[in-house]
Write a new protein. Structure first.
Length: 415
């Protein structure tokens, strides 16, 4: 790949929401301008892996890319038919079993990203940038007068500047970076109860102290750092809390160094695909790239894509439309991978940590049900119990995923 005259840049969307078409249609000119200003010959391919079952929508809604996009960008849809054909190739040419082919290619948070990497390798892509369909390349900065300034981000160019001599380039997020709505501590909810809930569902990127600070200071919004938003502050990430932690979007992968790149994994129905990817990055050179994506986690500010920037970012509260569903689903997704993450990081102390999580849930679930006026959160105890019982199975699956990924890499790129 490195001997090609052109750099092959892939931009990958793993999506279940037709909003992906709006993101591409609104930002394709910006993408092309950034690439042209990079002063190297670059060919752009956007990969769209869509899942109609995520929101039960018609597949036609994912084919709303405007004709103008095709002038300077290749669009590659990865269809269910494509995936079935490639499963046959894995079985016929490379000796995969039916179960193994199903395990590595398809839809889902982790499997979808592995599928995108597979197709990018087949098309000899040099660099693959993952971009989520609820993120926009702008940064919200709070100035001295407590007003919001919006800074357009060079989210393609900045990664291109850093990825050549690295395995991974990872950017920053601002906005509503988690689906946790604003709750007024010690009025709407007792701070200790909220702490118990967050500690039960928390992960490497979401912890109580950070959530508490965002709630108290910025109504649940994360604002961008001005220097970083202006492209300053690149550095190499070292090992922290046992790994080099990255998120799954504004994540650029150097496929010319595929021998170092692990697979994504999540337990069935869980989130955490970027977490288990991060755990395997020990030998990788990971660059923290000074560029932001604004995360519109509740899709309340889609007007940003049209350049209509809000003067204020309001509190997203539990009674807002669809917020309870979004938060509950996120809680389930996080809890489903928490046992495996705990087991990998602390096998000796696993049982003690899991029992503490269960106690925290028992304490906080009744309050969550009351705030959101639902009984849904009662199910979380069944979730943690089930995934606790199956943690050994999921650990073996995690190991198996990377064995299968190594087999794919060896056959496609002849490592």
């Amino acid at each position: 790949m490195e001997g090609q005259d052109k750099i092959e840049l892939g931009i990958g969307f793993v999506t279940g929401r037709p909003n992906v078409c709006n993101v591409i249609n609104k930002y394709y000119k910006n993408i092309v301008e950034q690439v042209k200003s990079f002063n190297e010959n670059i060919n752009i391919t956007i990969f769209i892996l869509y899942d109609i079952s995520y929101q039960q929508v018609e597949k036609d809604l994912f084919y709303k890319i405007t004709p103008n996009v095709y002038k300077d960008i290749n669009i590659k849809y990865i269809t269910p038919e494509n995936i079935e054909e490639d499963k046959k190739i894995l079985k016929g040419r490379y000796g995969f079993t039916n179960k193994e082919a199903e395990f590595i290619l398809g839809h889902g948070h982790a499997k979808g990203r592995n599928t995108l990497m597979y197709y990018a390798l087949k098309r000899k892509i040099d660099y693959l940038l993952f971009w989520d369909d609820d993120e926009y390349p702008v940064a919200c900065v709070k100035n001295e007068n407590n007003e919001i300034e919006w800074i357009l981000q060079e989210n393609i160019k900045k990664h291109l500047e850093n990825i050549k001599d690295a395995d991974i380039s990872i950017g920053y997020h601002c906005g509503y970076i988690s689906p946790i709505p604003y709750m007024e501590l010690n009025k709407q909810i007792d701070e200790n109860i909220m702490k118990s809930y967050i500690e039960a569902i928390s992960n490497e990127l979401i912890d109580w102290e950070n959530i508490k600070k965002i709630m108290k200071e910025n109504n649940g919004v994360t604002f961008a750092n001005r220097d970083i938003a202006n492209g300053k502050g690149k550095y190499e990430i070292g090992v922290e809390k046992g790994s080099k932690w990255v998120a799954g979007s504004t994540l650029c992968i150097n496929l010319n160094r595929i021998e170092n790149i692990p697979a994504f994994y999540n337990p069935p129905g869980a989130r955490g695909e970027d977490t288990f990817f991060s755990i395997m990055l020990d030998i990788c050179r990971v660059i923290k790239t000074p560029v932001y994506h604004f995360h519109d986690g509740f899709l309340k500010y889609t007007s940003i894509m049209s350049g209509k920037y809000p003067k204020k970012l309001r509190k997203i509260v539990p009674k807002d439309e669809n917020v309870e569903t979004r938060f509950y689903k996120a809680s389930v997704g996080w809890l489903k991978y928490k046992p495996l993450l705990t087991y990998i990081k602390n096998k000796k102390g696993y049982r003690e940590e899991i029992e503490k999580m269960k106690e925290n849930l028992k304490l906080s679930i009744p309050v969550m049900n009351e705030i959101f006026e639902t009984k849904s959160f009662d199910n979380l105890l069944d979730v943690i119990n089930t995934y606790d019982e199956n943690v050994q199975i999921h650990y073996k699956e995690f190991q198996q995923t990377n064995r299968l990924w190594n087999k794919i890499k060896q056959n496609i790129v002849n490592l």
